[in-house]
Design a binder for this molecule. Structure first.
Ligand SMILES: CC(C)(COP(=O)(O)OP(=O)(O)OC[C@H]1O[C@@H](n2cnc3c(N)ncnc32)[C@H](O)[C@@H]1OP(=O)(O)O)[C@@H](O)C(=O)NCCC(=O)NCCS
Length: 213
């Protein structure tokens, strides 16, 4: 299996006390908006369950997901930094996380399928990507792009034309190409599905061709 995935319904989260370490708790307390707090906690709850399973931990507080200036958090297990590939997403009442023990690079994204205006699509997607105009297609394309920028680790810093997904095949340009080369130009697969009714999901994952993990 290329990755393990866990989805959580944000309306049924257990109390933060049983999920967060002291270091995480200190950051959590600085989040002022209830929606952001719930999403932040939900993503961690999903990721911690997956990582605890991989590393045989029974206490979720032994898996820490700590903030980093890049936006992508860092994972610590049993008090040590850990290089397990992981990614987090949240959307409209759900959070999801994925880990991979077989791929070095991973990015995921979940988005609710909604109608968006044509101008948005033209702004966000390169013409070569727009092979369909349906809401489901455009939402799926959005998740593919976001999964790819998470895999690259660049987040918001890119122009959205620099990361393209044409018929499921990733293409990188400009600073995205630089970020991709810096990772060692891994071979990337993109998997897209309607994970929950009304929500599109994509996972981008891969390894360097020579060396692997
Ligand atoms: C990283 C990014 C893609 C987040 O997307 P989003 O749809 O707003 O948010 P999601 O809920 O799907 O994902 C948020 C999670 O992504 C992760 N993340 C944030 N920055 C990241 C980065 N640089 N690399 C990898 N993962 C990152 C974090 O775990 C975050 O959750 P947390 O803060 O609770 O830990 C960000 O670039 C963004 O806000 N994009 C907005 C749209 C955009 O312009 N996209 C560019 C497409 S080319």
């Amino acid at each position: 299996m290329p990755y393990q995935l866990k989805v959580v319904d944000l309306s049924g989260l257990p109390p933060a006390d049983g999920i967060l370490s002291e270091r995480e708790r200190a950051f959590y307390e600085t989040l002022r908006f209830p929606k952001r707090r719930t999403e932040w906690l939900g993503g961690r709850f999903a990721l911690k369950q997956l990582a605890a399973e991989v590393f045989g931990k029974t206490d979720l507080r032994q898996v820490e997901v700590l903030p980093h200036e890049s936006g992508k958090p860092v994972l610590w297990v049993g008090g040590d930094p850990c290089h397990l590939a992981f990614s987090i997403t949240h959307s409209s009442g759900y959070a999801a996380a994925a880990v991979s023990t077989t791929n070095k690079f991973l990015g995921i994204d979940l988005e609710k399928t909604e109608h968006r205006i044509e101008a948005w699509a033209k702004d966000f997607f390169h013409p070569s990507e727009l092979t369909d105009g349906s809401d489901a297609f455009l939402t799926a394309l959005w998740t593919q792009k976001e999964a790819l920028v998470k895999l690259l680790g660049t987040g918001l810093s890119l122009n959205s034309y620099e990361v393209r997904c044409v018929n499921g095949i990733p293409q990188f340009f400009g600073s995205a190409q630089d970020a991709y080369s810096a990772l060692g130009a891994p071979e990337i697969s993109v998997h897209t599905c309607e994970l929950i009714s009304g929500f599109m999901f994509s996972a981008a994952y891969g390894n360097r061709v020579s060396g692997g993990r």
